[in-house]
Design a protein around this ligand. Structure first.
Ligand code: GDP
Ligand code: GDP
Length: 436
């Protein structure tokens, strides 16, 4: 599993600044979709061949009633979900009462904790860190998040116990077949769907007890074709769905997204779309993972409710319109078989290879159909295109002044390539290179 680093500390010590620096890699999960509120922010980062996930917590001010109340909410959850805690303090402010309170909590907590003294730019490191020994968390590590001072060295050290993993390798497992992750908030019907897809008890299930973050792979066949179900949240084990409630964890969802080739995101037609659905979808989208949308509990739904759900999806999930949309009943099995066609198509699209010749022809046709605008009296030129990667497909476009290309034109190119190449179920990423 990918190591998870939680950033905790008082407000204003520089957590967001460090978060932004740590998640600045190409694979960063952080994407801004307007209207999403979040108390915790999750992002992916990469150092050398090591990938990691970072959780930024809002911050613990000293004003709450007791540290438990203050930490109870999001910070405690973040610490729970993490493998490593970076406890940040402010080297300019010195030790504050709230730092002391947080330190007391972390000392009794079993998590591996690093004491990080931020804002040491322009300060003598020894002087800036000396006070913080009193927190009883061992040696303080001086950094300057805003300037990057010591940050790489710190993360390198923090990650040293964790093995390297090629970030582009995809699922770590050894079973052949398309790896499917079923994700969604609690109660939408994931467990029911998974059991339906596996055909109840006909498959051999590798039910390792393991720790809570084991990725469990369940190989199965459908019409002679191998698939693997990736069950990071243990949804298969919850056979008696009414008995055990799922403890929802974004980290497990992120693991599922990372370990699968195609994610099936389940939505609940009865409760309708909620903020958390959009939030999860946001993560799938920014991860670049192939996606199929399944609107579950379609059985027995009134016509009016169906129309409302369709309209809601169209209005609010427009940003995920590359994904096939299915209306299913996991309970009765209606429409479940049809999911496979979309899963296969999404997998094939995500792993397609196209020749430079073909991509350049599509680009040139698109340009002659609809020219890019003039910038400072010179027209933006787009000359050639080649593939820069797959899963998700990356198309690299070479030209002049490409940094001035308007968003609307990029959308036009995306739509054109998508249509001509018949890409379905996966995002396409564009990279623009400029000769000037
Ligand atoms: P958060 O509330 O803990 O997330 O803190 P922010 O990341 O929002 O940072 C709070 C303030 O500290 C901002 O004004 C940052 O620009 C500043 N800051 C963050 N890192 C550094 C640093 O390394 N040096 C200095 N001098 N200021 C910093
Ligand atoms: P999970 O938490 O996402 O794994 O959801 P579950 O599979 O545990 O399902 C939550 C509840 O929704 C259970 O009571 C299921 O019986 C019910 N449910 C699941 N799928 C359907 C469906 O297609 N139609 C209806 N009416 N109920 C469903």
């Amino acid at each position: 599993m990918t190591p998870v680093i939680a950033l905790v500390g008082r407000p204003n010590v520089g957590k967001s600044t460090l978060f932004n620096r740590l998640t600045r890699s190409r694979d960063a999960l952080v994407a801004d979709f307007p209207g999403l509120t979040r108390d915790r922010k999750y992002g992916n980062g990469q150092l050398g061949d090591k990938v990691y996930t970072v959780i930024d917590t809002g911050g613990i001010s000293g004003d709450e009633q007791g540290i438990d109340a203050a930490m109870a909410e999001q910070s405690l959850t973040a610490i729970d979900e993490a493998d490593i805690v970076l406890f940040m303090v402010d080297g300019r402010a010195g030790v504050m009462p709230a730092d002391q309170a947080i330190a007391n909590h972390l000392r009794v907590n079993q998590k591996k904790t690093w004491l990080v003294v931020n804002k040491t730019d322009g300060l003598d490191e020894l002087t800036a860190t000396a006070d913080f020994f009193s927190l009883g968390l061992g040696e303080p590590h001086p950094i300057a998040a805003a300037h990057g001072r010591n940050v790489t060295a710190l993360i390198d050290e923090v990650l040293s116990p964790f093995p390297e993993r090629d970030p582009l390798a995809g699922p770590a497992g050894s079973h052949p077949g398309v790896h499917i992750g079923v994700i969604g908030r609690p109660n939408v019907g994931k467990s029911t769907l998974v059991n339906r897809m596996l055909g109840e008890d006909r498959v051999v299930v590798f039910d390792e007890a393991g720790t809570t973050r084991d990725a469990i792979e369940i190989p199965f066949e459908r019409r002679g074709k191998p698939y693997v179900l990736v069950d990071t949240a243990g949804i298969r084990r919850r056979k008696n769905v009414s008995l055990i409630a799922e403890k929802f964890s974004i980290i497990k969802t992120l693991d599922a997204i990372k370990e699968c080739h195609v994610a099936i995101m389940v939505l609940d037609a009865r409760s309708g779309l909620v903020e958390q659905d959009l939030h999860l979808l946001d993560y799938v989208l920014s991860s670049g993972r192939a996606l199929v949308l399944a609107v579950n509990k379609w059985d027995g739904l009134e016509q009016e409710a169906r129309e409302k759900m369709r309209a809601d999806i169209k209005r609010r999930l427009g940003f995920a319109d590359y994904a096939d949309l299915h209306f299913i009943s996991a309970l009765h099995g209606t429409g479940v078989g049809d999911l496979y066609k979309s899963v296969d198509k999404a997998f094939d699209s995500a792993n397609s290879h196209w020749s430079t010749n073909r991509l350049t022809t599509i680009l040139q046709d698109a340009v002659s159909e609809h020219q890019p605008p003039m910038i400072n009296g010179r027209r933006i030129k787009l000359r050639m295109a080649h593939q820069g990667g797959s899963n998700p497909p990356i198309i690299v476009v070479h030209g002049n002044q490409t940094s001035s290309l308007p968003e609307a034109y990029k959308r036009y190119l995306t739509n054109t390539f998508r249509k001509v190449l018949k890409v379905k179920g996966t995002p396409i990423r564009f990279e623009f290179r400029s000769g000037d």
